[in-house]
Design a protein around this ligand. Structure first.
Ligand code: MF3
Ligand code: CO
Length: 261
């Protein structure tokens, strides 16, 4: 069942998405060598709570964090821990916040200090693929058009697309219909309608597409070959030819640029 949001509901989605975007902007200020992922998680949780929201992932089927922590070969769903970030790591922080009954979902992969050029390129292409997917999200087109845009762009650069995890509809629940795979054929799947809210989230590997879930914690999803994976995510609403991107990386970019000066 795909829920089409009313104008009033989209306004609430905007607010939830702004909160999650500002939360990642706070996290961005702290991403540097020596900082533990637990510290980043605390910053996110406190920021969401201080702003009247609820961390959606915390306690979701027992998930222990506000952020999903994705260091290097971790694709998704890693736990915050005492691991201290090291120069050369990349770290994805995936965050969902609920405000006034609606959820906003976004993810950004950060470089910790100087990162290998090959990995930087993976991050850049993955982020670009997110915007390729968004550009394909036009009223009257189908989910497969988004999927195909992401896949084609990433594979053209020699990367592989994770199959096991997908984007998703979002609203009163963090995960709603439809599924939004990052691979697939054009012209298949549900038709995109104005007012549909979806989270698009390419998870792209430098090496092979294969992943495995940790037997130890039942959550942490890593690449099988141990090579890095990048992940970026926006929540959008379908709106004619040009969807509205409800989340933004502007707060993150402002924080990262502030850091350099
Ligand atoms: N942000 C994730 C997503 O995009 C949700 C994490 S699920 C949780 O689907 F269990 F870790 F909360
Ligand atoms: Co998501």
């Amino acid at each position: 069942m795909i829920y089409i949001k009313t104008a009033e509901e989209i306004e609430k989605m905007r607010a939830a998405c702004d909160l999650v975007s500002r939360t990642l902007g706070e996290v961005a200020k702290w991403v540097k060598p020596g900082v533990t992922t637990l510290r980043l998680d605390t910053i996110a949780r406190e920021f969401i709570l201080d702003n009247g929201g609820k961390p959606s992932c915390l306690g979701y089927h027992g998930f222990p964090g506000t952020l999903c922590i994705e260091v290097n070969e971790t694709v998704v769903h890693g736990f915050p821990s005492n691991y201290a970030l090291r120069e050369g790591d990349i770290i994805g922080t995936d965050c969902v916040a609920e405000l006034d009954g609606f959820h906003g979902d976004s993810c950004y992969t950060f470089a910790v200090g100087e990162v290998d050029e090959k990995v930087r390129q993976l991050m850049k292409v993955t982020e670009e693929s997110l915007y390729k997917g968004i550009a394909a999200a036009k009223e009257g087109k189908r989910i497969g058009d988004i999927s195909n845009a992401v896949q084609t762009y990433c594979e053209r650069h020699g990367y592989s697309v994770v199959r096991e995890m997908c984007g998703h509809g979002i609203g009163k629940s963090m995960h709603e219909d439809p599924e939004v795979p990052n691979y697939g054929r054009r012209g298949i799947g549900p038709v995109l309608k104005n007012g549909m809210c979806i989270a698009i989230e390419p998870m792209i590997n430098l090496g092979s597409k294969n992943v495995k879930i940790s037997a130890e914690d039942g959550w942490t999803c890593r690449t099988r070959d141990g090579k890095p994976s990048a992940h970026y995510e926006h929540t959008i609403v379908i709106k004619g030819e040009t969807p509205e991107i409800l989340t933004t990386f502007d707060y993150i970019e402002a924080a990262l640029n502030g850091k350099d000066s």
